[in-house]
Design a protein around this ligand. Structure first.
Ligand SMILES: [Zn+2]
Length: 403
């Protein structure tokens, strides 16, 4: 069970049911007793028919649970009825050899979910712990009916594009396409995961020997996977999978920087000149509060437009650590003050963010501004763009290294 939704619940239960346990059997078992209630009717007053197309769409998460059924599942009484239904119709027909596996999977999915209320989480955990399996299934069934079953189409977020480009817009494990076009809008078929998980407390033994990366949020610790593989990993990451993902990530990153910057041997030197140029900033500016969220490449940039210029932004992936290291070194040896530089860039941004320029134009103007400030020539223009992209793309890190 990879997610708390009706389809995942049904599939998880299906695997632990004695035959007959086909799709139709399981959906009818779970919903039939509700659709049989006289009060459960669609908007035309007809009973809800669990047709094969509905069953398959439900399991494939193409549709939500019909509204009439959802509406019936909003009372305290239905919870009691659900417990009884599970007690009589489900528990006796579970396959005893694998039913504990099923309960464990459900338990994990509940614990990993970040939408379910803490109180509800605890209620369900307590039921399971006290061996009240019928009640647990009943409560969970009504809960997942109330949750959204359909996979929603979220537009691609521009800040994910460097990671998508790195993976060539395909899941690196199963190679399915990570972006789909719905009415000309690119929509997410992926999830960005942290390769080293944010919270490893539940998998402490697996991760005991793996050093935690210094910056868990950095692009170096992130990658895009299809939803299924992302969920699989996030639900139960193992050391073995971690090592595999890390290997894939390194390979993708290396291949990508080759693709993007095949002739860019001098770019590092150019970035260095830009940063050292910026280090010359001496204005007695009052430091502004960081991070500069406003600079984030937000939804104002249409994703389809952004896809075209992802190469440039993606260079951040390659130069990210390099720029970080330079800034740290400058801070350390006193050749430059990161906060001052960042603050100046923020001020320049504020001046440009006057409603007259598009986000693209602001980025170009900022690059121009950096070029002038650092007194490098036009040949360093790309390096200036990379520095702008660095600030935009990594504002949380921006905050972090300024500490
Ligand atoms: Zn996949």
């Amino acid at each position: 069970m990879t997610e708390l939704c009706f389809a995942e619940f049904a599939k998880c239960l299906q695997r632990a049911m004695q035959p007959p346990n086909g799709d139709k059997d399981v959906i009818e078992l779970l919903l039939g007793w509700i659709t049989a209630m006289p009060s459960v009717v669609d908007k035309n007053g007809n009973p809800v028919h669990l047709a094969p197309s509905l069953i398959s769409d439900l399991l494939n998460r193409k549709v939500d649970v019909p509204k009439a059924i959802k509406n019936a599942c909003t009372t305290q009484k239905i919870l009691t009825d659900a417990n009884k239904h599970c007690e009589d119709q489900i528990i006796p027909y579970l396959n005893p050899i694998v039913s504990n596996d099923m309960f464990e999977r459900m338990d994990k999915a509940i614990k990993a979910d970040d939408v379910i209320a803490t109180k509800k989480k605890k209620e369900l955990a307590d039921l399971l712990e006290n061996g009240k399996e019928a009640e647990f299934l009943g409560q969970l069934l009504i809960y997942v009916i109330n949750r959204e079953n359909r996979i929603s189409n979220f537009p691609v977020v521009s800040e994910d594009i460097p990671l998508l480009a790195e993976a060539d817009y395909k899941c690196p494990i199963c190679h399915v396409s990570l972006v789909e076009y719905v009415k000309n809008t690119p929509v997410k078929k992926y999830k960005v995961i942290k390769i080293f998980p944010e919270d490893t407390s539940a998998f402490a033994s697996e991760f005991a020997l793996i050093p935690r990366p210094k910056r868990i949020d950095s692009p170096a610790n992130k990658m895009v996977l299809c939803r299924n593989h992302a969920k699989e990993y996030e639900l139960e990451p193992t050391a073995k999978e971690y090592i595999n993902l890390k290997k894939i990530k390194d390979r993708l990153a290396a291949a990508y920087s080759l693709r993007v910057d095949i002739n860019d041997n001098t770019l590092e030197d150019e970035i260095q000149s830009v940063l050292y140029g910026l280090a010359g900033i001496t204005d007695n500016t009052i430091l502004e509060e960081l991070p500069m969220e406003a600079l984030r490449l937000d939804q104002k940039i249409l994703p389809e437009k952004y896809l075209l210029k992802n190469d440039e932004t993606a260079r951040v992936l390659r130069y990210y650590n390099f720029i970080n290291d330079l800034f740290s070194a400058m801070d350390r040896d006193g050749t430059g003050n990161f906060e001052l530089i960042a603050s100046e860039i923020k001020l320049a941004y504020k001046k440009l963010d006057n409603g007259l320029f598009s986000q693209d134009e602001i980025v170009n103007q900022l690059a121009e501004w950096i070029k002038n400030k650092s007194r490098v020539g036009d040949k360093n223009m790309r390096a200036c763009h990379i520095v702008v992209a660095y600030f935009i793309q990594n504002c949380e890190v921006f905050h972090e290294i300024s500490k």
